[in-house]
Design a protein. Sequence first.
Length: 321
Amino acid sequence: MTELSPAALRGAVDLSSLRNRPAAPAPGAPAAPAPGAPAAPAPGAPFADLVIDATDETFGQVLELSRTVPVVVDLWAEWCGPCKQLSPIIEKVTRELGGRVLLAKVDVDANPQLAQSFRAQSIPMVVAVIAGQPVPMFNGAVPEEQVRAVFAQLLQLAAQNGVTGSLAIDGAAAAEDAPAEEPALPPLHAEAFAAIEEGDYAAAIVAYEKALAENPRDEDAIAGLGQVRLLDRVQSLDLQAARAAAAAAPLDVAAQFDVADLDLAGGHVDDAFGRLLDLFAQLPTHERTPVRERLVELFGLIGASDPRVVSARNRLTSLLF
């Protein structure tokens, strides 16, 4: 997951080589489509679905669409278990936004050029494209509350960059293909999500804290609270200044927290955990508690079953004993 900011649009990956590729695959070498996802319609035609297939050959069209709406690119593969957890959530949230976002699914096995362009070292990997510029979103499976929070940020960032359009939807086709209506969000979750859309992270924190007061085992609220706290902490940080401060004071807990937050928000989960575990190991015993608590909070944000969390938790346990 990343904190989406205007700076994220600069220098992420180079997609220029994909702009002018042919609109159809070469004869005899079609790319395998994602199950059930259509290709993009002709320019100006309504979309039957806001979830489409993208290939090495057709991605230039997707880049052009990103000048109208933010395009979310889901890099997946049939053999990828976590992809099958994350993709349905992203598809659901995309469709709920009613044309304000387009989801392009990319099978990395069938489309090596795109996998290379996005530097997909592991999947699932989800990247947004705004006006032709990529912005990292997720690496690995994440809970629905976190997906919703980052999509809300994506719309804010798109608006800041003048991408405020909407795609026309073929009403008949959409009604035919529409999934069963999902239950409404619980009131406090809905309140938190509305606050996130407005950029009011303090109000979202209050709403999630109320939800947890009512039900301390509410996993969605736990994940949502961790996510919005992270967003609140990093929104005013400058990456270069934070790294310089941390380098100058290796045992300054606040300085190391800032960089760990920025690393986690940028999808560098192992770097964030490694930084905090190294700090924990170097601090006197009586100063370790805040670092342990921050690690536990970030573990909850990523998910207890994530291999990176399992590895970091094992190291933390060994340092404790």
